[in-house]
Structure formats: structure tokens, C-alpha cells
Design a protein around this ligand. Structure first.
Ligand code: GLA
Length: 360
């Protein structure tokens, strides 16, 4: 890795970065064509890319990949190789998607990844890696027609088709399109979005629960399938097509579909209301909606765990304005709103009560 790193001290080296994300509100609504309201973190995944002229261009191109997280390891992969459940899959998958979509001849490349986005914390380090890879190819080949929205779409496609995770577009969109200190209010059906300023009188904290995040266990894919089953029973294309007025129809479904559909329909309503609340500086209303979102994730979507439920409760007890589990579920991170100036006192109590927790 040391020798490998030396080669990047060249003016031909390209540098790109993309942030992780936290979601203020709108959980599991993205793959239901609904609304989400995430924001990009300050933490980024950074790529240094160097064209490797000693190896082929096009379908036989070779990617030589290293990460500062695994300093002992340099991995060589062919550009069109199948996935092998290794961190480099996110890079290979992303490059394949762009190469195929635009019929590009990608040169062989040497890439070093450096990142301060926590992994396994539900803050989308993998989406950031996909976005930054595509951003890097766009910059290297000067593909000025590919917009940030296009990059988000391609990055999600890499995750769905190559990595095999049936996620929505929220994470890649927040990473590619989001602006620092703004939430991105996104309609996942039309991809219309608005950046909404996060009021600086408050702290928008992201707290890692320190409890393992088990999306891999298939719970995420199960939720996707359960929502599809609810749609079939309700005869709608997506749960986005339903509003609060349709709740009586939902009450007639079998219990599982009923719960999942109720979460999505009420969560979409909460996202829209939360954006209005924030625009009107009504932090009280926003806080209530976020707490209700956590409760709905707990009771109807069944994706919280006792530890994150306890963290939300204690965060409030120690003086937070709001708190909820953010991301795919089963641990991961929490988003917490505090009044500016109250952080130290709040954290001294919170960290004592929950020693696994860490502020990101
Ligand atoms: C994961 C997925 C997103 C989204 C969230 C839940 O982060 O990658 O697409 O579904 O879970 O809101």
C-alpha cells in the first residue's frame, strides 16, 4: 500500500468526494415512491483516481483498488467481474453501470479510497462510495452531460443490480444532490426536490447507537416484499398513491400488510408536515412528527430495537427536542435535535446511560 500510495503524488491524480447521510424523517418511504427528507453529513468518502496506462482500456480494463481502512490490502479486479461480497463491489458495480449505460470505454484505473463516514452505522457509507465512484468517472472522462441527479440514479442502480440490495433512491440522492446545512425534501416518484435550510439555532446531531445494524439479514427485503403485497391487495401501483383518507381501507387488510401500509401512508404525511414545520420555524411541530415517526417504525414497521427505543426515550428525558432512529433500521444511528448550547450537558448524561453510543 505504501508504494502504491506513492504513485498518486502526480498532477494527473483526480480527487473527488461524496458525503454520507442521515434521514430527518421519511423512513422506508423511498422504495414506495413516497417522500423523504435526508441531509448530507460533513463526513465524506474520498477517492484518488489515477489512470493506469500500462493496462488495457475497455472491456479488459483492470482496477487496482486500495483503502486506507485496510492498509495491508491492494485488490486487483477486472472491470466486468461478478460481485464477490467485498467492499470493492461498490466500486466495480458503479463503474459497470455507467460504462454500460453510456457505452463507455473505461481505462484501467488505480484508486485509493479514504473515508471518515462511519461504516455499519446506518449513515450510507456504501451509497457515498457508489456516488463518489461515478463522480470520479464523470470527472475523469469529462462527461458534462451527466448531472448529480443522474449520478444518484446510476448509483442506486449499482446497489440494486450489482450489490443486490433492493434499496430506494434516498441515500444516493442525498449524497449526490444534497447541500451542507440543508435537508433535501425529495419526492421519490418524480425526483422533484427542494433544499430546506436546517435552522442554525438548533443542533442536528447524528448519534451512532453502537448496536449492529443487520439489514443484511434480509429484513429490509422482507419489508419491500410486504409493501408490494399490500399494494396488490389494495390494487394500487405503489403505497404512495394512498393518503390519510385511505386509512379505513388499509384497516381491512391482514394484520401484517395493514401495519406496513399504515406506516408508509402516515410517514409520507409526516414528511410533508415536517417540511412545512421546518419552513415555518415550528420546531415543536417538527419534534412531535419525528417522535411519531419513531413510534410508527416501532409499532407498525417493526424495525426499531429495544436499545434504540430506550435511546430515544432517554434523549428526550435529558432535554432533547426530538429524537428518532434513522436509516434502514435494527440499530444504526439516531437523529437528535437539541437547542444550541445544551449539547455538553445532554451528552454527559446520555453517554453515561448509553456507553455504546457515539456522536458522529
Ligand atoms: C436504507 C436504504 C434506503 C432507505 C432507508 C430507509 O438506508 O438504502 O433506500 O429505504 O434504508 O428509509
Amino acid at each position: 500500500m505504501m508504494n502504491f500510495q506513492e504513485q498518486f503524488k502526480s498532477d494527473k491524480c483526480i480527487q473527488v468526494s461524496a458525503p454520507g447521510r442521515a434521514n430527518l424523517i421519511g423512513e422506508h418511504t423511498d422504495y414506495n415512491n413516497g417522500f423523504v427528507f435526508p441531509f448530507p453529513l460533513k463526513h465524506t468518502v474520498n477517492l484518488s483516481i489515477l489512470q493506469d496506462d500500462d493496462n488495457p482500456v475497455g472491456k479488459d480494463a483492470i482496477l487496482t483498488l486500495a483503502s486506507t481502512m485496510f492498509p495491508e490490502e491492494v485488490t486487483e479486479r477486472k472491470i466486468f467481474e461478478e460481485k464477490k461480497n467485498h467492499w470493492t463491489d461498490y466500486i466495480i458495480g458503479s463503474i459497470q453501470v455507467v460504462a454500460k449505460k453510456y457505452d463507455l470505454q473505461i481505462p484501467s484505473l488505480k484508486i485509493i479510497v479514504d473515508s471518515n463516514v462511519p461504516t455499519g452505522a446506518g449513515v450510507s457509507s456504501s451509497a457515498a462510495l457508489e456516488v463518489v465512484t461515478i463522480r470520479g468517472i464523470v470527472k475523469l472522462l469529462n462527461l458534462t452531460d451527466i448531472s448529480d441527479v443522474d449520478i444518484a440514479i446510476l448509483a442506486r442502480q449499482a446497489e440494486n443490480e450489482y450489490v443486490g440490495m433492493p434499496c430506494g433512491i434516498m441515500d444516493q440522492f442525498a449524497s449526490s444532490v444534497g447541500k451542507q446545512n440543508y435537508g433535501v425534501f425529495l419526492d421519490c416518484k418524480t425526483l422533484d426536490y427542494v433544499n430546506v435550510h436546517l435552522n442554525e439555532d438548533y443542533e442536528w446531531l447524528v448519534m451512532k447507537s453502537g448496536i449492529t445494524h443487520a439489514l443484511v439479514d434480509g429484513e429490509y427485503a422482507k419489508r419491500v416484499a410486504q409493501c408490494a403485497s399490500a399494494c396488490k391487495m389494495l390494487n394500487v401501483e405503489s403505497l404512495r398513491d394512498l393518503t390519510m383518507k385511505d386509512l379505513p381501507r388499509i384497516e381491512k387488510l391482514p394484520e401484517l400488510e395493514q401495519k406496513r401500509a399504515r406506516h408508509i401512508v402516515t410517514e409520507n404525511y409526516r414528511v410533508i408536515s415536517a417540511v412545512d414545520a421546518l419552513k415555518n420555524d415550528d420546531i415543536q411541530a417538527l419534534s412531535q412528527l419525528m417522535l411519531a415517526s419513531h413510534e410508527s417504525q416501532k409499532v407498525d414497521y417493526e424495525i426499531t430495537i429495544p436499545e434504540t427505543d430506550a435511546m430515544v426515550k432517554d434523549a428526550m428525558k435529558f432535554g432533547a427536542l426530538s429524537a428518532r432512529q434513522t436509516g434502514g433500521g435494527f440499530g444504526g444511528s439516531l437523529i437528535i435535535i437539541l437547542k444550541k448550547g445544551t449539547r455538553d450537558k445532554w451528552w454527559s448524561q446520555m453517554s453515561k446511560a448509553h456507553p455504546t453510543a457515539e456522536l458522529i
